[in-house]
Design a protein around this ligand. Sequence first.
Ligand code: CP
Length: 318
Amino acid sequence: MRHVLGAKQFTRPEVEALFETSRTFEEKVKGGQVLDRLRGRIMATVFFEPSTRTRLSFEAAMLRLGGQVISTENAAQFSSAIKGETLEDSIRVIGAYADVIVLRHHEEGAAARAAAVSSVPVINAGDGPGEHPTQALLDLYAIYREKGRVDGLRVAMVGDLAYGRTVHSLAYLLSLFRDIHIDFVSPPETPVPDRVLAYLAERGISWSRETDLARVAAQADVLYQTRIQKERFPSMEMYERAYGRYVLDPSLLGRMRADAVILHPLPRAGEIDPAVDADPRAAYFRQAAGGLYVRMALLCQCLEDAGQAYPEGSEALS
Ligand code: CP
């Protein structure tokens, strides 16, 4: 796993091995162990778009593993991109300072462009409306944790399915599993892209496009709600037509199965009523917390593959 660019690069055994490592790290961190598997290694976080979870959980993951972090605050404004430096030149330079680069960029395909010139592993932390593979991995980790399995689940993906890059990556990962059905529920302004549907069809995954959220929610094992991505719309009129169409509130919650799970990559912007948060089915904050361990596992795997990590078993200091 030299670079992490998209969810389609993963096999099911790779995902399962990654989750095994994630679980181990979760136990160790929660047990108070201090780890040094990536001691002496440096991760650069280069974010051209805002982030709370992805950036801070990657940085926490590196620090939890004994490594160090360098970062440019708001790379679009405060890196030399503002002076006209190309992404490729920036990556060539940063690769001389760091052992791994975590990149978020507003352009689809930016992570692949970066990887093409990088001397160190590049991890895609979101490329415009393209993909967000590490978020999808932690989403899937949450499904495993909450449901105990992925095979056989009915998953509803709701909201901004066009610009919501986490949806694309999660759909690709779900296609690794058996007897999955995905219901896509979106306003007409933000349909799931044909390229995602074509990929699912190629892999024999059952899906449907739906408009009746109440009916879909009543059948869902997993309801994956997403934010309408205001910043990506071509016009405010179009955004306003899409916003607020599908909101998960206590009345909808009342129609859901007792063993359903509600996920959201976060941040939310009105599409889940905070009154839902206290319900045990609302798993989105547990989901975000698990991202730390998945990103620890990913960093170790990337750096191990690059010959830059201490072997397994050497990490415990206490
Ligand atoms: N889910 C996610 O990518 O959150 P941030 O934008 O806060 O990183």
